[in-house]
Design a protein around this ligand. Sequence first.
Ligand code: ATP
Length: 275
Amino acid sequence: METVNSAFQYCDQLVRDFEKVITTPILNKSSVYYTGVDLGTAYIVLAVLDENYQPVAGAYRFASVVKDGMVVDYIGAIRIVKELKQELEQKLGVELIYAAAALPPGTDTLDSGAIKHVVQGAGFEVTNVLDEPTAANAVLKIQDGAIVDIGGGTTGIAILKDGNVIYVADEPTGGTHFSLVIAGAYKMSFDDADQYKRDFKNHRELITIVRPVIEKVSSIISRHISEYPVKEIYLVGGTCCLEGIEDIIAKQTNLPTYKPQNPMFVTPLGIALNC
Ligand code: ATP
């Protein structure tokens, strides 16, 4: 239990610092800046760290350029990453040169370098392309257990043993499905439902409505970890912001389930740490 707390201490502090610099960048005189580019189904996030790997700036934008871990709008993706890069460069007063990117688990053979080319096309020198769970674990620092990344389009699962990723999977159920269920239940447009879902005030009421989707995610997790001696689950990804999701997953999988204070920015920060 102590390991869990100390891991989240680092993670929570890093994410808190990052949230602050999204609104107020830190203009320091770093000799080098490291940028993590997270091209997600729902959001594109850029996280900038200084030479001491401390967050100094960040930006994100809602985008539909990636589907099931694949870039489906290549030009649109480059445009948005370029715009976010320029926005951050203006705020920091420096050119951002180096960036790392990440691939959802299990898509490295399908991707054919598209994500790397997007980041290069936006003007970065790509220093690393890693898998998302490894990125997340640079922040969580878990030795053993399963990291479950519930993003916009997919649920990624990575099993760790002695700090190394030994199994990965990615399945198409994520926040989009939650929003679709809410849209249907409340007769709202998808965009309104997604916005309603992101408001923490509505979580208590929504948890019963999206419970079947959480149970589906839980059964995906259980299926993938069944062959491994997983004793704990660690949640990351924007969908895990939903209050109470961890309790349902814990109950359904019968495993202690933990999440950091803000699970949304763990992966982009981990990507930047690996730049
Ligand atoms: P993927 O990992 O599937 O490629 P992504 O990287 O874009 O997608 P994230 O940024 O981790 O995914 O999460 C996006 C999802 O998180 C969206 O469905 C969004 O609606 C949801 N989300 C964001 N904030 C909240 C919140 N406060 N409460 C509930 N859901 C949220």
